[in-house]
Design a protein around this ligand. Sequence first.
Ligand code: ATP
Ligand code: MG
Length: 414
Amino acid sequence: MSSLQPLKGTHDLMFDDIRRHRLVEETAFEVASRYGFSEIATPVFEFTDVFKRTLGDTSDIVTKEMYTFETKGGDSITLRPEGTAGVARAFISGGLAQQTPLKFFYRGPMFRYERPQKGRQRQFHQIGAEILGVPTPQADVEVIALAAHVLKELKLTGNVTLELNSLGDIESRAAYRDELVKYFSARKDQLSQDSRDRLERNPLRILDSKDPGDKAAVADAPSFTDHLNELSRDFFKAVQDCLAAQDIAFKVTPALVRGLDYYGHTAFEFTTDALGAQGTVLAGGRYDGLIKQMGGPQTPGIGWAAGIERLSMLLSDLPPAKRPIAVIPIGEEEAKIALDITAKLRHAGFTVDMGYSGNMGKRMTRANKIKAVVALIIGSDEVRDGVATVRNLDTGDQVKVPFADLARHLSGHR
Ligand code: ATP
Ligand code: MG
């Protein structure tokens, strides 16, 4: 493979692609600000332990997908595969325990070594939100409401469904785990090799398997909902009641899991019917055990992350880019004056493009190509009279405007 190709699973973002990307990020951040979330940007790499300890040795991410390197200094570091671990690390290393509740929003690139396909890349980008320090269902409902609001604001094509489940508290989870092991052990020969391995280490993950044989076995598996103790049932009910009160539609999906020990209670995903196999656009859950497990003070947390590429594919329309003003001088003397006018208009807040060379026809072609809204034509007559010919490029109408009046005349295009 040529070293001048982008690496497999990576993309250059430009033109409308990056505009879609930014639209997702900025819309999400704007909505998150309304909910009182402030932005956090953690480094794109961390000590490998940060992810190993948070994601667990048995997760797909840790076992197969991490980009891990040894530095020249002999440290093992990893490109972040997700955002929560870094936020939790920042919470601990920044000594933020006294400042809870904290509400963080983040955006940025993530890295996972997986098989690239539509909606699945090796460098991809996420937006995400976390609430730290709130043990009650209000936080669950607030992050879900935020997610639903962001998706609504993005006006996605296709149908988006909120799927919801409860993973209960530690006691419920232990009881359910035993049931699952019993159930799947009796059907071991139906399971994929991966799931047979999971049976010992992480049976909940089997519920999440994409293997057809596993799926058949999962179909009749015992349901988590039947194994919740009273506290967990009450918690789950409070979340559901509160979502219903806010008119947020959801579907309880018993097979929805997060196969890690420190995840409990609420787990949720927003899925779409418009992206084939990569149908999950946003996923999240409650992780009350995570910060403690990393070595910090016991601090409950809940959050979600969404893939920007997947959301970008679902944007129905991209608002048109800001249209510039094209300045078109005819001749070299005129170009000097045009440069001065261009600078003054830019400083006055206008978006202005002046071509570098070419005759009137060539410059006009460029003005149309960049979708300029008006052209300021400056020829020798104009210079003599101290005016620019302002041509509306949609209608072809033109008027002469004194140089000194340009900013006022063009103010509608700022
Ligand atoms: P999947 O089951 O699709 O692999 P996941 O469970 O690994 O998803 P999460 O870790 O929950 O995904 O990440 C949250 C969101 O980030 C996903 O719902 C998806 O939108 C996006 N995402 C995850 N991995 C990728 C990837 N490799 N490329 C593009 N987007 C991704
Ligand atoms: Mg994955």
